[in-house]
Ligand binder design. Sequence first.
Ligand code: G6P
Length: 476
Amino acid sequence: RLIDQLGCGDELIVVSNRAPCVHSQTGDGVTAQRPAGGLVTALEAVLSKEGGCWIAHGSGTADRATVDANDHVLSEYLDAPYRLRRLWLSDAEVAGYYDGLANEALWPLCHRTGVAPTFRLDDWSHYVAVNRRFADAVIAEAASERPVVLVQDYHLALVPQMVREQLPDAVIILFWHIPFPTPQTLATFPWAQQMMAGLLASTVMGLQTPADLTNFSPARAAIPGIQGRGAAHAGAYPISIAWPARNDVATPGIRDAVSSQFGIAPGVRLLVGVDRMDYTKGLSERLQAFELLLERRPDLRGQVTLLQIGAPCRSALAAYQTITRDVVALTERINARFGRDDWQPVVLHAKSADAATVTACYRAADVCLVTSLHDGMNLVAKEFVAARTDLRGALVLSSQAGAAAELHQALIVDPRDIAGMARAIERALDMPFEEQTRRLRAMRGVVSQYTVFRWAAQLLVDGMCIEASRRITRGP
Ligand code: G6P
C-alpha cells in the first residue's frame, strides 16, 4: 500500500456528497448501479488497493428502510475490500445544505454565468450541521489518530477543520472540483471567512487549474488569523479520466446504431453534446450558434443533426427549471424553422444516458461540442478524446472550461460569442481527416499521460509527504 510505503497515515477515508452507487427502488427491493463518470472508478480503485471507507449521502430513489432491508444487494454490488457508510439526510437537510447552500449559493458564486447566488442564513445553518455530520462520521470511522481523509468538493468545505479539531495528525486532502471564485466574488459570500477557515485546515487544498490557484492564493491571504497550523498547501491537480478508456462499444456501424437509437436519419452528419442540464454548460448559446450556422449555410440543412443529451439534475431549483424550459423552447424553434419531414436539425434527449450509450455517441460524432460558460474541468472533452481510438472527429471546446488549459489542439471558442462558435462548428465539420488525426493524437497524448489514477496518487503522495515533514519538523 502507498500508505505503508510512505509511512504516514493508517487508513483511507473518502468523503463525498454523492455515493459510489445509486439505489433504485424495484417493487419492494432495490438495485444498485454505478454512476457514470471517472471519479467513482478512480476513487474505488484507490480504496480497493489501500482499503478503507467511503462516507456519502445515500442517493437514488430507494428509501432508507428498503435499502437497509436489502443490504445484500449492496454487498454483492460493491464486491470490493472497502466499507461504504451511508449518511441519510432528511428532506430539510437536503433542501438547506444541498439545494440551498451548495447549489443556490456556492455553485452560482463559483461559476461566472450571470445567475446570481442566493444567500439564506437558514441554508448556511443546515450546511454547517450537515458538514458536522460528515465530519463526525469520519471521526467515528477512523481506526487511528492518523487517517488519510480525501474530501470531495464544495458541499463539504467545513469538514477539514471539523476533522482537524478532533484528529490533529490526520492527512486531510480536499479537492475542489469546480472553479474557485475571484477574491472580489468570494468577498460577497457572507460566510467566506468560515469557509476559508474550513478549507485551510486541510493538508492539501487541490484545485483544478493554475487559474483557480491564482484566485485561491489572495483569498487565503485576505483571511486574517488562520495562517497557523492549518496552513494548507494549495496546488493545481487537474482531474482526468481512466485510461485506457472503456472499450466495450463496437466501432463499425456505430453511426447507424446511434442514428436509429435517437431517430436520426441515416447518413446525416452528427454534432454531439453530452451535458447535465445546467445553466453553466452554455446550452442556449450552443443551440443559437447551430441555428446561425443553418441560417448562413442552407446547404447544411438536411445534412447535419445536433444530438444533445441533457441529463436532468437539481430539478427542484428554479434556475434548473428555467434552463430546461429554454433549451426545449430553442430546440422547438430551430426544428420548426428548418426541420423537414425526413430531418430534424436538433434531437434533444432530455434524460440521462448510460455510459455505453454516451461512448457510442462520442464514437459516432463528427464533432463534439463542449461550450460551457464556465466549468471546473469538463470531463466530456477528455472522454471524447479517449473514445476516438479511430483518430477521427473534431472537438469544439470552450475557453472557459478547465480542460482548455490542457487540450490546446481543440478548436477553442468563446462560449458567449455565438457567431464565433458558429464559425468554429463550420470549421470542425470541414476539417480534413489528416488534421483531425493530428489534433486527436496530440490530445490523446495529454489525456493518456495524466489519468485520474495519477491525479489521485499525486494528491495522496503530496498530502502524506507534507504531514510527514511537519511531523519531522515538530519532532517526537
Ligand atoms: C459537478 C460537481 C460534483 C457533482 C456533479 C453532479 O461536477 O463538481 O460534485 O456531483 O456536478 O451534480 P449533482 O448535484 O447531481 O451531484
